[in-house]
Design a protein around this ligand. Sequence first.
Ligand SMILES: [Zn+2]
Length: 226
Amino acid sequence: MNVDILIGKTTEHLVPLEGTKFFIHQQMLHDFLKLQQSARLEGFDLQIASAFRDYDRQLKIWNAKARGERPLLDDQERPLEYAQLSPTEIVFAILRWSALPGCSRHHWGSDIDIFDGKTQAADLVKLIPSECIGSGPSAKLHQWLDRQIYTNNSFGFFRPYREDHGGISPERWHLSYYPISRRIIDVYTFSLFKKNIEDSDIMFKDVILNHAEDIFQRFFLTFDLP
Ligand SMILES: [Zn+2]
């Protein structure tokens, strides 16, 4: 496998998703359309809010948060006081909600963030927990997805961020396509992880490298299996 696929530096594995601005892994297209069709039969409009994201985009997101230009949220979605945080606290606050550039599952084309287009306008989707539970606009779609993933047929899609393991916050909106993401996890090594950070223009690089093993373990290798 081309290592650039792992770190978001190529688009060779992708195809455009017709009628949208999104790109996904070519080997996932067929099963995604089946999942979408199966949702449609139940009255949902399963739409993508985010799919492939490249390295540079993820780097911009990271650095904007690291500079305090984008809000940092705590576990209850409340904004944190940037000025009162140490560099280490900032790094770990970002990691709860955003991956390091080169380490995002969105680089792989196998992972998507979704919502119900029947009940939410695309430009109003925030991708926060309250949208996906209780009386949230996409809650019913996610209840249906739970049944598909854990008892019926979800065509290979699962929730990697289902439970809180002290790393990435639970993200019900995030689905991963197991046949591809499993293969990538298998070949993504710690040395690749470390070299990617060393080569990067990332803010707080020293802090990240000082905690590299902990971050790799907790925020990359720890996720829920199907
Ligand atoms: Zn996501």
